[in-house]
Ligand binder design. Structure first.
Ligand code: CP3
Length: 319
């Protein structure tokens, strides 16, 4: 997760050349190069396309920028703008992302998988409604509680755009796709069903209808106990788990249903040392009996020492 990024000097130099983060996402040559940077440097089994979940609001023609030190900024969406959301240009505006995937597919070794992705409608909606990242996703939760019909329209458009995005990525060469629901954990139980599970299930069904063999990973961060219901009801093939999920729960309740992906705490990776080794070993030991993809429990942070990433990969690969 966030395999490429600011912890890599080669990323920082391409990023400085491109100008803005959005320009980088829209530049297939540079975005393909960034996608490949981690696999050139480390012994990894997969690459994830360099893009962002907010390319979907961009594809709707919403104003999007990434402000250094502050994160994403969008024009907060209102009722009129929700009514006007139109998917007809989404594929065309995402064409640079699909081109990035095509380029990576040509350059990536055959034995490595290429992961495409989108944000889940709920998580993307939290940014579209607030206009920026928030600690409690308050603006979207309030809209969903106050005007559920309106919020449902926003979610419906995001389902349609996500399907267009994922199918475009699959046609361009993605081997696996992942749906990031980073803010699923903030939802109350009914809303988790309505705004996280139901839209994700619709995306999974629509993508599978066109791309029968594709493997789909869902990552409902913070879902906790609800992970089991999420896997059963969305029909995902794999489930990403954050670092709070107990390993025995993941082994006993999730692994029989789906491949499990996770869940090293990114800050344990920053700290390194014996604590890192112990955490890696605990994950490998718990997950060894079933389908498993070693990963972090959330995105890698810019402060991460490269030597710690090397140590992690060597330990997981059994070198
Ligand atoms: O993993 C990869 O290498 C693929 C690229 C990727 C990015 N964003 C690049 C990125 C992926 C998979 C994402 C997903 C994403 N983007 C999520 C879901 C996963 C998660 O982390 O929860 C979310 C919520 C976003 C939205 C987003 N994009 C935020 C909140 C930010 C600011 C965060 C920050 O650290 O500044 C971004 C920017 C972003 N997306 C960066 C990268 C490498 C940092 C950009 C930079 O300043 O260079």
């Amino acid at each position: 997760m966030r395999q490429a990024g600011r912890y890599l000097p080669e990323y920082r130099s391409l990023r400085a050349e491109a100008g803005s983060f959005l320009d980088l996402c829209l530049d297939p040559v540079r975005a393909a190069e960034i996608t490949l940077q981690p696999v050139r440097r480390f012994d990894l089994d997969a690459a994830i396309v360099f893009s962002d979940i907010l390319m979907v609001p961009y594809a709707f023609g919403r104003n999007l920028s990434f402000v250094a030190g502050e994160g994403p900024k969008l024009d907060p969406i209102d009722a009129g703008a929700i009514a006007g959301l139109d998917v007809s240009r989404v594929a065309e505006r995402l064409a640079p992302v699909f081109e990035t995937i095509g380029r990576v597919d040509d350059l990536l070794a055959d034995e490595l998988s290429l992961i495409g992705f989108c944000g889940a409608p709920w998580t993307v909606a939290t940014y579209m409604v607030a206009g920026h990242g928030t600690s409690d996703q308050g603006p979207a939760r309030l809209m969903a509680a106050r005007e559920p019909e309106l919020f449902q329209v926003l979610i419906d458009r995001l389902v349609e755009a996500s399907v267009i995005s994922l199918l475009g990525q699959i046609r361009a060469g993605a081997d696996v796709v992942q749906i990031f629901d980073s803010w699923a954990g903030i939802l109350n139980d009914d809303d988790f069903d309505r705004w996280s599970i139901a839209p994700t299930r619709r995306i999974v069904e629509a993508v599978r209808k066109e791309a029968h063999a594709i493997r789909i990973i869902g990552f409902p961060k913070g879902a906790g106990l609800r992970l089991e219901r999420y896997v059963r009801q969305t029909g995902v093939d794999g489930v990403g788990i954050d670092w709070t999920v107990p390993l025995d729960f993941a082994r006993d309740r999730l692994q029989p249903l789906a491949a499990v992906q996770g869940n090293l705490d990114p800050l344990v990776l920053v700290a390194g040392g014996a604590g890192l080794d112990r955490a890696i070993d605990a994950i490998l030991e718990a997950m060894r009996g079933g389908r498993f993809i070693f990963n972090l429990g959330h995105g890698i942070v810019p402060e991460t020492p490269i030597a710690h990433v090397e140590r992690l990969i060597a330990r997981v690969q059994g070198d």
